[in-house]
Design a protein around this ligand. Structure first.
Ligand code: P1T
Length: 376
């Protein structure tokens, strides 16, 4: 079936108890067993029906075999990183979410995992940066917050030639499965902050993992239960509900962002606009090839430096000054001072004059009017 149909129905048969059309919130921690072990569900950390539906739904949307849900995007990332052993090396994008950099450098480095960062848009650089110990290649595309684009199929091709083929992990948060499906392009594992476009309404924190490999899935499912960073049933319900309108929302996010990016490009107080939908963006051709739209995230640099960036971000009225992204409402932030403080003084440090927009699904004219008054 088509994506729009799967978004509404995948994993969500009418409820066997009473025929409820929407998957119920199974708000219970434990389940009665007819005899010892004779039960579909036993304990809600291990599994619960609302989570089962969400896991099946995200697997279908990403075109994967297995889905796993977590209490946050970071919990999903953490679970994937637990596949590593001391001595392993991870090659990652040289622009990633601040929290991703933080868990790499300030949590897993202490356990003997090495991390290095590369321009993922440059396949020769990726090839050159691989080590004999590289077990994982960690890709964000588009990246947070610089909207850099990496060629997922190209990287998969490079890794296929490596002696011990590393796992290719793609954080698909910025694109959502509606715009980009990394497994079909050769990725092994997809991770999401479902807090963003999948949830879509800024009312839930959640994370997801999707993959095809049965053995890897068994290990991650074991870790999901053993570590226990699972989402509650209400959180799973909210993500399931959000996903139903994902296709409609992503179309509007993308259309609004395209208009705003073009408008910003022509604005005299704007020095640079980063949006993969602009033909001038260095990753535009790859983005046009591997994505079916360019998404709702825009970053731009204002003339006048960091103080001016803060002034503009604090002067918007419709764009709320807030971290996070992907909700129906538009948000603005200054990454260097907000979402990306963890990369300060590192090679991934973000220009303090950079402003990031999460363009919502309001009317584009109202959003442009707001940016116009803030920039003025
Ligand atoms: O916040 P959480 O649900 O734990 O997801 C972490 C995460 C993972 N990957 C990417 C690409 C992300 O952007 C995030 C979270 N990002 C923000 C909160 C933000 O404002 O950028």
């Amino acid at each position: 079936m088509h994506f729009e149909t799967l978004a509404i129905h995948a994993g969500q048969d009418p409820d066997p108890a009473y025929g409820a059309v929407m998957v119920p919130i199974y708000q219970t921690s434990t389940y009665v067993q007819k005899k010892i072990g004779e039960t579909e569900y036993d304990y809600a950390r291990t599994a619960n029906p609302t989570r089962t539906a969400l896991q099946a739904c995200i697997a279908a949307l990403e075109g994967g075999k297995h889905g796993l849900a977590f209490a946050s995007g970071m919990a999903a990332i953490d679970c994937v990183l637990r596949l590593l052993r001391p001595g392993d090396h991870v090659l990652a994008s040289n622009d990633v979410y601040g929290g991703t950099y933080r868990i790499f450098e300030r949590v897993y480095r202490d356990y003997g995992i090495a991390f290095s960062f590369v321009e993922m848009g440059d396949l020769d650089a990726v090839r050159a940066a691989l080590r004999s110990t590289t077990r994982m290649v960690w890709v964000e595309t588009p990246t947070n917050p610089l909207l850099k684009i990496a060629d997922i199929a190209g990287i998969a091709g490079v890794l296929a030639q490596a002696p011990a083929r590393p796992l290719l992990v793609v954080d698909n948060t910025f694109a959502s499965p509606y715009l980009q499906r990394p497994l079909a392009l050769g990725a092994d594992i997809v991770v999401h902050s479902a807090t963003k476009y999948l949830g879509g309404h800024s009312d839930v924190v959640s994370g997801l993992v999707v993959l095809n490999d049965d053995a890897l899935h068994d290990r991650l499912k074991f870790l999901q239960n053993a570590v226990g960073a699972v989402p509650g049933p209400l959180d799973c319900f909210l993500v399931l509900r959000g996903i139903k309108t994902l296709p409609l929302r992503m179309e509007r996010h993308s259309a609004n962002a395209m208009r705003i990016a073009a408008w910003l490009t022509a604005h005299p107080r704007v020095a640079q606009v980063l949006y993969p939908g602009l033909p001038s963006h260095p990753g535009h051709a790859i983005a046009a090839k591997q994505m079916s739209g360019f998404g709702g995230m825009i970053s731009f640099v204002v003339k006048g430096g960091p103080a001016e960036a803060r002034r503009v971000a604090e002067a918007t009225r419709l764009f709320a000054l807030a971290e996070s992204l992907g909700g129906v409402e538009s948000l603005v932030e200054v990454p260097a001072a907000m979402t990306h403080t963890s990369v300060a003084n590192s090679p991934l440090a973000v220009d303090p004059a950079l402003i990031r927009l999460s363009v919502g699904i309001e009317h584009a004219d109202d959003l442009i009017a707001d940016l116009a008054q803030a920039l003025a």
